[in-house]
Structure formats: C-alpha cells, structure tokens
Ligand binder design. Sequence first.
Ligand code: SAH
Length: 240
Amino acid sequence: MNKYWENLLQSTSEAGIDLNRQQLQQLHKFMELLQTWNKQMNLTAITDEAGIIYKHFLDSLLYAKLAQADEAEEVVDLGTGAGFPGLPLKIWLPDCKVVLVDSLQKRLKFIEEVVRALCLKNVELIHGRAEDLGKDEQHREKYGLVLSRAVAPLPVLVEYCLPLVRVKGRFAAAKGPEVAQELAMAEKAIVILGGLVEKSINYTLPFVNEQRTMVSITKITATPSKYPRKAGQPAKKPLC
Ligand code: SAH
C-alpha cells in the first residue's frame, strides 16, 4: 500500500468510515477500471492515482459521511458521472441500496462494468434526466436521501433533486467555495420546492487543501406538481 492509500485509510478512519481489506481492494479495482476506460471515453479529467484517491474516493466518502448516508437504507446519486459519490459510498456501505442516475448512457455502461467486476449488489442504474424522473410516479417523492456532486449550481440542482425526495427526507449537496452565493441564489427555489436548509458543514478536503461544503436540505412539504419543469428549463431559467 503506497502513501496515498495509507492517507486515505487514515482520513476515512478519523472520519468514522471503516474500510476493510476487501473494500480497499474494490476501490483499487475501481481506480484501475476508471484509468483504463478513461483512455477510450471521457469519464474524468482526474487520472493520476493521488488525484483519484483524494479528489474522487476521499471526497466522495467524506461527503457521504457528512450527509449521514450510513443512516439511510437507500440513497440516490443524481448525475453520478463515472460513479461519484455513489460507487465509493456503495463500497463503504454494502447493505445500502444505491440508485445511480445519469443522462449519459456511456457513463452508465462504465458503471455497469464496475458493478459487475466488484460484485456489488443492490445497485440500480437509471438512464434519464432528473427533470423526467421528477415527473415519473415511480420516482417522484420516493427517496429518503438524494446526493449530488458537481452537477449544477444550487438553484438548478434543487429543482433536479428535491422532487425526488419524500417529505421528511433530505437532499444533501456537495459544494465548493462558492456555496454562500449559491445558497443565497437558491433561497427562493428551495422554499418553492418544499425544502428547508437544515445545515451547511464547511470542511477542507485533506491532502489537496480544497474547501468543501455539504449543504443538507430537508423536505418539509410536497413539491408543487408543476415542478420540475420540462427538461432543460431548470438550467435555462433557474428558479430565483
Ligand atoms: N457526480 C459526478 C459527475 C459530475 S459531471 C462527479 O462528481 O464526478 C455531471 C454529470 O451529471 C454528467 O455525467 C451529466 O451527464 C449528468 N447530468 C447533468 N445534468 C443532468 C440531468 N438533468 N439529469 C441527469 N443527469 C445529469
């Protein structure tokens, strides 16, 4: 185990995330697949071992822990891309059902391969847009916890995610240093969609010293039926 993996193990353990040998092997295999597939398709700009370990694995795990994913039975990762934060979360919490959503089929093909190679169970892959899922009876207001990293600014993101959250459930967003401004811009949208900001936790991603914030929004009332608006509208005309 080189120092990057030792650092990952130390930071996760300090955060209360226990990873055994098998879980570390799964992360290692995931990294290899990511590096291999990334040569054929654009999955991530981060391809070096340290970058993948810190900026993808550690970042996903610390965020999932702060979002209290370990208390949820089922978690949705909206706009999962190459599987972040959803796959590291699944590796950490093998008993949690994880639903990975993305509008790009080719990224889901990659995830399918990782799920197969790592023998992960109880992972659902959904190819679709958030705006369509939010209108679909099968998914609207059905989930206790929705996560999303690096998908859209908060005013747009809440229209993607809050419709999927059931009343009393939560949407927990991963955000960077611009969070205060995004929160101010999203204030009205959050109220309209039935949410209430419960808390924001600022922290530093170790080893790369980047600022992060986990914003947790509780769903206090049902989302009005006209939201989410049709595909493309939330990004074109954010609710603010
Ligand atoms: N969460 C990953 C990927 C971020 S890139 C990470 O942190 O690394 C953003 C991803 O969101 C892309 O894969 C894109 O296809 C997906 N996406 C963007 N808008 C979406 C929408 N409206 N519905 C579903 N997926 C969307």
